[in-house]
Design a binder for this molecule. Structure first.
Ligand SMILES: NC(=O)c1ccc[n+]([C@@H]2O[C@H](COP(=O)([O-])OP(=O)(O)OC[C@H]3O[C@@H](n4cnc5c(N)ncnc54)[C@H](OP(=O)(O)O)[C@@H]3O)[C@@H](O)[C@H]2O)c1
Length: 422
């Protein structure tokens, strides 16, 4: 039986979940990996009444942990600055690092991996992207022979939960409140609903697949707060649903990185992944499209991802530091304004003769083709919703077009959602 001695920094939700899972699943972990993983020390600035640490050594200074006789420091304090220092300190003390912290990898990944290479240790972060749903090692190892042309998916469980409920007829605010009651959303949900959490994750996946830097160059990030319940009905009539998508895509000239709401085909695989789960589609050249889905948060799921990294460490102990960031991209990020999409437009206009003609002639003057246009039932106040699906045109022209539409006397409100091509 192999032995792996670990120290845990932080004693919150994920750390206690890891501790429990290591104990409760010790038998299956050792049966699958031939390894006994022992927690030698825990860095906790205070006790956690939700978890009894038994006879495990507790130190109050988290920076003491990497001085112990351990193989791995598991960083579970979250945040960026102290976590960065803690990880660099562990690396300096020649300890491998396992972390679930997407923020520190997103902001300081390149620096951390470089320090790890110099010190001959590994930094693994499977649980930082979609917790226990396997994606990091899947890209690095199982798909190692593949050219990956696109990674796309719903990488934020809170957003997917809210949008799935809105699809069933709920309002945004009541669903957000429900998500908070159920523990799917933080008391301050900004990071999730404004798209930053998904952006961190796709930034990390792009660094693995395409060698983009960590932190990446700035890219377009947009959340779900402007979507309305009625958009789902209109989208459905046109054969779509609405998801929050994070996308990384490569072609011969550049890389696309973005996170925003999108209409996707109602019959697509991603469209049918509802609720708090994360779902990812990977376009590969050898295996075709791969889909994975699973829980992207929570104590147990995150423990599963962390333990997979610990097992990986045991299996690769003695080999050179991981080649986790060896692909270095020379391709630039394509400016978002230069990307082209089909668009869904919701236009609220006065129900007067000629309104459709004024809208369609404005689009024609801008050279924007119309795939379909539907006038819906009157809303009251002599206002009608007009639902427009455009042909493909550049994002930079969309803002201008919306401004000009809104300047028409008859148009009172407008919103748009990009349509994701298959
Ligand atoms: N929760 C999830 O479902 C999930 C899923 C995937 C990844 N993650 C990641 O896992 C990490 C941990 O998340 P969590 O949910 O376990 O957070 P948490 O419950 O807030 O736990 C954080 C722990 O770290 C300690 N800590 C924070 N800053 C510290 C500092 N400067 N010095 C000493 N101790 C410090 C906290 O101590 P105090 O209690 O004293 O503040 C607490 O024990 C984060 O990076 C998160 O993004 C979480």
């Amino acid at each position: 039986m192999k032995e792996l001695k670990i120290g845990i920094c932080g004693w919150g939700n994920v750390a206690t979940g890891l501790y429990r899972s290591l104990n409760e699943h010790a038998q299956i972990i050792s049966a699958n990996s031939g390894t006994n993983i022992s927690v030698e020390v825990i860095g906790a600035r205070r006790d956690n009444p939700k978890c009894d640490s038994g006879s495990t050594k507790i130190v109050r200074d988290i920076f003491e942990v990497s001085k112990y006789d351990i193989d791995v420091v598991v960083e579970l304090i979250g945040g960026v600055d102290t976590a960065r220092e803690l990880i660099l300190e562990a690396i300096k003390n020649k300890k491998h690092v396992v972390t679930a912290n997407k923020a520190v990898i997103y902001h300081h990944g390149d620096e951390i991996f470089s320090a790890a290479r110099i010190n001959g240790v590994k930094v693994l972060y499977e649980a930082a992207v979609c917790a226990g749903t396997p994606i990091v090692k899947l890209l690095k190892e199982e798909l190692a022979a593949n050219n990956i042309s696109k990674i796309s998916g719903m990488l934020n469980g809170t957003s997917n939960f809210i949008l799935s409920n809105m699809e069933e007829g709920s309002e945004f605010m009541s669903t957000l409140e429900l998500a908070q009651q159920e523990g799917y959303a933080e008391p301050d949900p900004t990071f999730d609903i404004e798209g930053m959490d998904a952006a961190h994750k796709i930034g990390i996946l792009s660094s693995i697949a395409y060698g983009t830097s960590l932190p990446p160059e700035e890219f377009h990030v947009e959340g779900i707060t402007k979507i309305e319940k009625s958009d789902f009905n209109h989208a459905k009539d046109m054969g779509y649903t609405i998801k929050h998508l994070a996308v990384a895509r490569i072609n011969e000239e550049n890389i696309e990185l973005r996170a925003h709401p999108a209409l996707i085909d109602l019959n697509s695989h991603l469209a049918n992944l509802k609720g708090v789960r994360n779902g990812i589609e990977i376009n590969t050249d050898l295996v075709g499209k791969i889909h994975i889905a699973g829980s992207g948060a929570g104590q147990e799921s995150t423990a599963s991802g962390l333990i997979s990294d610990l097992v990986h460490l045991v299996n690769t102990m003695g080999s050179d530091a991981d080649s986790f960031d060896q692909i270095i991209s020379n391709l630039p990020l394509k400016p978002f304004a230069e990307l082209a999409f089909q668009y869904y437009f919701y236009i609220e206009a006065q129900d007067i003769p000629g309104v459709m003609a004024s809208i369609t002639s404005l689009l024609a003057a801008k050279g924007v083709g119309i795939e379909s246009i539907l006038q819906k039932e009157e809303l009251g106040g002599n206002l009608v919703p007009i639902i427009l699906i455009t042909d493909i045109f550049k994002d930079k022209d969309s803002i201008e077009l919306q401004g000009e539409l809104l300047a028409l006397d008859s148009v009172k409100k407008i919103r748009s959602i990009r349509i994701e091509a298959e």
